[in-house]
Design a protein. Structure first.
Length: 614
């Protein structure tokens, strides 16, 4: 087949679909009227680009659709795959256009499984891989392992998705936090309570992202995610999709165990030479696991363990540090959620086309490099969405954003965040003790100060910084899980906010107005005050006085990396496979899913004995 990109049509040439209710059960292209693409017009454009007659095109399919709003006449931009009535002619056409970057051979996007367990595998139950965590990375690691015949066991500290949703609403509506079942913990992971965004900028030469998308569609996600340039599913649809994927894993021989918290790594000496120089040769032999429903602790034998922890498993990070697993601090970002009327964003970005049913709610992406050296940028933009309470720890406040599939809420929201690095992390013992308790905090603080003398940063220092900000937000918000907030106009003027204006915040349990400079670091406040007017020049109305800022956003990514080698195993613990966002190898649903598949492939090669790919 031949892939042609940059086929452009005016928005008026596209069919406007008659759709079911926005958050109705899964639909197919057959449920739509008319079909979603102007196939006849695209066939004509493709034939013109190739210099052939339309009749020579046997079949044309849309691979990707995006919109170009840089000019007054908004354009739809397509990438299409086509086959010819005479397949032998394809090679000649590809040779003719070999210098044209917009005409290429359609790549093979199918998943090439690296290995498959033989019948009767495993002879030893300890050979069954264990996946710790059942967020996007853990789901796809477990699914790929199951598809490879390796019968994974999944340990998820949270609850199944339906109960987890009820627990999360308990915080939002009643201010009651369930520490093991919330926006961060439970089936579906943090990605469930988000916009369900499925795009990423990772390099993906093997098209593993396509496998992630196809698995979602097979589980009931809207098929349009396969061709939209910025696809999303939405939280309510994700609930059913995640349940379907769980059932598929079980059907393939996998096992999902909820409310199971890993409390300890069980290690044994590894063969000499199994670890890099300077590291003790150790490997995993099992896990200690606490059943949170009964409180009982048991040992689970396991030689290969996937750590798909998510970015908020702070107690597990500490456990790994104490076990001697090699960890290192990494940069992340902190800030607030900012809300505008979605109509303001639509009008600025879509112009006279705002409100067109094919365009939906407009999204944005902004960045500014401030004079103090800090990068300020928008993060996890949720069109037509809500700001949500995302804490997983008592007496701490964290914000995040989410949207439903319809993206039909009144406000747009996004993280407005400032980049930080390990040099910003605190060293004083009091802050460490507040973060980790008296005994562990004092011990970790002493370690941090000793490392600082060597010019190094403690692996858990980013966790301390996060907890410090989240605890402060809890205090300033009124100590009842309300979040501190401020209007943009008052934030720029350096004065506390007293009452809301045209923008009503969506955060539940509620927003307590005041002064965000009481919560955020001085450098972050300065950088954001500089960036807001700049963003207002890029998106008209972005710095409107009544826009609402709600704090704090601290879980933009993992504060550390569980470093691994090219075989996807921990640098110093054999059989331990750090994966996904919590390990520092992903940032979002799609990249986490892709990383889960990569790690599953690495385990399959190790377990079945096939060589690494060239």
């Amino acid at each position: 087949m031949i892939r042609i990109s940059e086929l452009k049509l005016p928005l008026t040439a596209l069919p406007v679909e008659t759709r079911r209710a926005a958050d109705a059960p899964a639909e197919t292209d057959a449920d739509r009227s008319p079909t979603p693409h102007p196939i006849a017009a695209l066939r004509a454009l493709a034939a013109q680009a190739l210099g052939i007659a339309e009749g020579q095109i046997a079949e044309l399919q849309v691979f990707k659709r995006s919109f170009d709003a840089r000019k007054a006449e908004l354009l739809a931009v397509f990438i299409c795959d086509l086959s010819l009535t005479e397949p032998a002619q394809e090679a000649g056409l590809l040779a003719k256009f070999d210098k044209n970057p917009h005409i290429q051979r359609t790549p093979d996007m199918s998943w090439q499984a690296p290995a498959h367990a033989p019948a009767g595998w495993p002879a030893d139950p300890a050979e069954r891989p264990v996946v710790v965590g059942f967020g996007p990375c853990g789901i796809f690691a477990a699914l790929a392992l199951a598809q490879l015949g390796l019968k994974p066991i999944v340990l998820e500290r949270g609850r199944p998705v339906r109960q987890r949703t009820k627990d999360t609403w308990g915080l939002w509506r009643k201010k009651v936090l369930t520490p093991e079942s919330n926006v961060q913990y439970g089936e579906g992971g943090a990605g469930l309570f988000s916009d369900g965004k499925l795009y990423s900028q990772i390099k993906d030469p093997r098209f593993l992202g396509r496998k992630v998308m196809q698995e979602f569609v097979d589980a009931g996600a809207p098929p349009e995610i396969l061709y939209m340039a910025h696809p999303h599913i939405g939280t309510f649809k994700l609930v059913k999709v995640v349940e379907a994927m769980r059932e598929k894993i079980i059907e393939l021989g996998g096992e999902i165990r909820f409310e199971q918290r890993v409390t300890e790594l069980l290690l044994e000496p590894a063969p000499t030479g199994a670890a890099p120089a300077g590291f003790p040769p150790q490997r995993v032999r099992g896990l200690k696991v606490q059943d949170l429903a009964s409180g009982e602790v048991h040992e689970l034998a396991a030689r290969r363990v996937v750590l798909a922890l998510g970015h908020s498993s702070r107690d597990t990070f500490a456990m790994l540090h104490d076990a001697g697993v090699f960890l290192e601090p990494k940069p992340f970002s902190i800030g607030v959620r900012i809300e505008h009327p979605q109509s303001v964003i639509d009008q600025s970005l879509w112009g006279r086309h705002a409100g067109h049913p094919l365009l939906g709610a407009a999204a944005y992406k902004l960045v500014h490099h401030a004079d103090n050296g800090r990068a300020v940028y928008s993060f996890c933009m949720c069109p037509g969405g809500t700001v949500v309470a995302a804490t997983s720890e008592p007496e701490r406040v964290v914000t995040n954003g989410m949207s439903q599939y319809s993206r039909a809420e009144r406000n747009a929201n996004a993280g407005l965040v400032v980049a930080i690095d390990p040099s910003d992390y605190p060293l004083d013992a009091a802050t460490w003790i507040a973060a980790f308790g008296a005994a562990d905090g004092a011990r970790y603080a002493a370690e941090a100060q000793a490392l600082q003398a060597k010019g190094q940063t403690h692996a858990l220092a980013g966790v301390v910084f996060q907890r410090q900000l989240e605890s402060r937000a809890f205090e300033v918000g009124g100590r009842d899980y309300q979040a501190p907030g401020q209007l943009v106009g008052d934030f720029l003027a350096g004065q506390p906010s007293q009452q809301f204006g045209a923008v009503q915040p969506s955060y539940k349990p509620g927003v307590k107005l005041g002064d965000l400079s009481q919560v955020l670091p001085v450098f972050a406040v300065a950088a954001m005050r500089e960036a807001l007017p700049v963003f207002g020049r890029k998106i008209r109305g972005y710095d409107m006085a009544d826009a609402v800022m709600t704090g704090v956003e601290t879980r933009t990514s993992s504060p550390l990396r569980i470093t691994r080698g090219e075989d996807c195993q921990s640098l110093n613990i054999g059989g331990l496979y750090p994966a996904g966002e919590g390990a520092g190898y992903a940032g979002g649903i799609l990249s986490a899913g892709v990383d889960g598949i990569k790690v599953a492939e690495a385990i399959a090669r190790a377990a079945v004995g096939t060589p690494e790919p060239a």
